[in-house]
Design a protein. Structure first.
Length: 254
């Protein structure tokens, strides 16, 4: 999992990742990549009460301002939370849209407990269309990527141990992080997910975020070895970063 901390840079606030609990020894901090990773603008009107089905992609909401208020229902006057944009790791704040009701969007939230949802105002975000989705099979140790209904890639992976399992459920990619050295335990890239470990409340000062990342030990691929994160080869995650945007749905199955 990913542990983050804030530092003040010379020109802007940047976030660094201290370590993840998924690999071996920590090898320093990781800076958020400067390469944007986002879906294409969504030009169509969304008038139904449900989000687009998997066959036609997903909808991603990206914050327009410095934060987004979250409400318990579409009828509430007072927010239950406000999430900052950019995030503490310097990424734009994004949500996976579950459904729309008038001027409101029900979204999957990057907070504990896993699977939490809330309502946000559609006026506070831009809507983006994402044709991709990820399916993880823990027992089979595979990560499969679909574009609409077509399978376009499949990779072998390493997952969590019995004591620190990778949590099942539906999540989304919330951030893209680039470690300073590709030779570290997290490889060349880390995708931070909207989910958290169910057994580790924190790690190295972070809040136990689950990630998908590369590795400097490809021999461990295909085994149960991590503290909850999903590992794959550096070559595989580099391919993924080439086209998978923030907000892409990730379903983790047994």
């Amino acid at each position: 999992m990913i542990a983050g901390r804030r530092v003040l840079g010379a020109l802007a606030l940047a976030a660094l990742v201290a370590a993840t609990a998924c690999g071996g020894d920590s090898s320093g901090d990781a800076a958020v990549t400067t390469r944007p990773s986002r879906p294409e603008p969504f030009d169509g009107a969304v008038t139904t009460t449900t989000a687009a089905p998997a066959a036609t992609g997903s909808l991603v909401a990206q914050a327009l301002g410095a934060g987004v208020q979250v409400f318990a229902t579409a009828a509430e006057d007072q927010p239950t939370a406000e999430l900052d944009s950019p995030t503490e790791n310097g990424a734009p704040l994004v949500f996976l849209v579950e459904q729309r009701l008038g001027d409101w969007l029900q979204v999957l939230l990057p907070v504990r407990p896993n699977g939490s949802t809330g309502w946000i105002r559609a006026a506070d975000v831009s809507l983006l269309s994402d044709p991709y989705r990820i399916e993880v099979a823990l027992a089979a140790h595979t990560l499969t990527i679909f574009q609409d209904t077509a399978q376009i890639a499949q990779y072998p992976i390493a997952v969590g141990t019995a004591d620190t399992p990778t949590p099942g459920g539906r999540y989304y990619i919330k951030e893209l992080i680039q470690p300073p050295t590709p030779n570290g335990p997290y490889g060349v890239y880390v995708y931070g997910l909207s989910g958290f470990s169910n057994v580790l409340e924190s790690f190295n000062g972070g809040d136990g975020v689950i990630g998908i990342h590369g590795t400097n030990d490809p021999s461990a691929i295909g085994t149960d070895v991590s503290h909850g994160c999903i590992r794959l080869t550096n070559e595989a995650i580099t391919e993924m970063v080439g086209y998978l945007p923030l907000g892409t749905p990730v379903t983790i199955n047994p």
